[in-house]
Design a protein around this ligand. Sequence first.
Ligand code: BGP
Length: 474
Amino acid sequence: ERSLFSSDFLWGSASAAYQIEGAWNEDGKAASIWDEFVKQPGATYKGTTGNIAVDHYHRYKEDVKLMAEQGLKAYRFSISWSRIIPNGKGEINLEGLKFYSDLIDELLKYGIEPIVTLYHWDLPYALQASYGGWESREIIQDFTEYAKVLFEMFSDRVNYWVSLNEQNIFIMHGYLFATHPPAVKDPKRMYEANHIANLANASVIKAFREGGYKGKIGPSFAYTPSYALDCQPENCLAAEQHQELLSYFWMDCYVRGTYPRLAMKVLEDKGLAPTQLPGDSELLKAGRPDFMGLNYYQTATLEANPSDGIGFDSKMNTTGEKGKSESKGLPGLFKTAVNPTLETTNWDWTIDPVGLRLALRRIASRYDIPILITENGLGDFDKLEEDGTVNDANRIDFLEKHVSEIGKAIEDGVDVLGYCTWSFTDLLSWLNGYQKRYGFVYVDRDEESEKELTRIKKESFYWYKDIIKSNGLS
Ligand code: BGP
């Protein structure tokens, strides 16, 4: 049997600073918007925070050793801006730089390719407080300056950079659902902040090009491909609206430097179109990425939504009791329906491996760009058995089917650079606490006590080890 994956395929796994590091106020780090947000009662599941998280900041050597044991080819992690530049602008914190420099060296020692995310949602709180974070154009320059510090310091050792992680998620949750900081519910402000984030993303990519750094850079997008319920024509239209407004709206900006025409018409009609200034369009066009980072978890099934208004509400399932989520969708355009052909996770996310092949094909077809899968995984309640094992058969099944669909997409002609599972160790799920686990490595902690945070290899750890070794065959 011949592997469908190239010999340099990046078999990886991913994490983000706030979700693993802990040490939230150590060695010169200042607070991020998440450090502040979690202090508000009811902000997160049972009030969980990343103050300690899984203590990766102090245990990174142990974690990297486990990665090496598994044979990981790549590891995606994010850098916490407020460790590097505590106030968001101005003075650089050398201790922060040293932490990531040491982490990169540790990875390279074992031949693991670092994939570095510049921004995974933990904005320095000072920038939120002083000018409203993503709502001010000042952030374009500050984000670019911060990125340049990292390019200068690390681009001799780093070949893959992710600019913004899931802009669509942090913007929609931050300014529409009010479930992420700054917890605003205002579609007008959302589209303004989003436009500024687009400009900041493009500005960083432009700076990367102008600096002549080696390596590749691109954003990671949370792409949820859409299906029409029952193939009814009006539901097909709803699915297209969903695709335009929730996917192409972002990806077109990244790759083409323009907003999709039909989505923009919807915003104009509703008085929600963002302010565009002279020069914006040129900047967006100068920010074409080298690859599209794809975070794929699920597909959505849509039906027509005859109601009117501009609200877009959703109720999240943060407890893991099936059937607790509800999405109303966009009035007049679409609403989410249950797909009778798909199983769901305990948190009501559809399980759809073919959806990954579809996502890859759609991106490749529309944009003709290489794709780096920067996240994919199953959140589950894993159980540590008396005998010290964790049999996460569900996760193995989930990942195996997704890997197989990647193989098929490669056969279809999609250029896939690599696959990072979410996540390597268990870690904090932003809104669902520590009980929603994704890792190959179990971390022994619960909501009440931090315990010893002992690392325990799950069954999936060994499964992925074999996949990597055989380059995707087993
Ligand atoms: C993505 C984020 C990750 C991670 C993942 C799982 O949206 O980029 O940081 O959290 O989703 O999501 P959750 O923790 O909500 O299950």
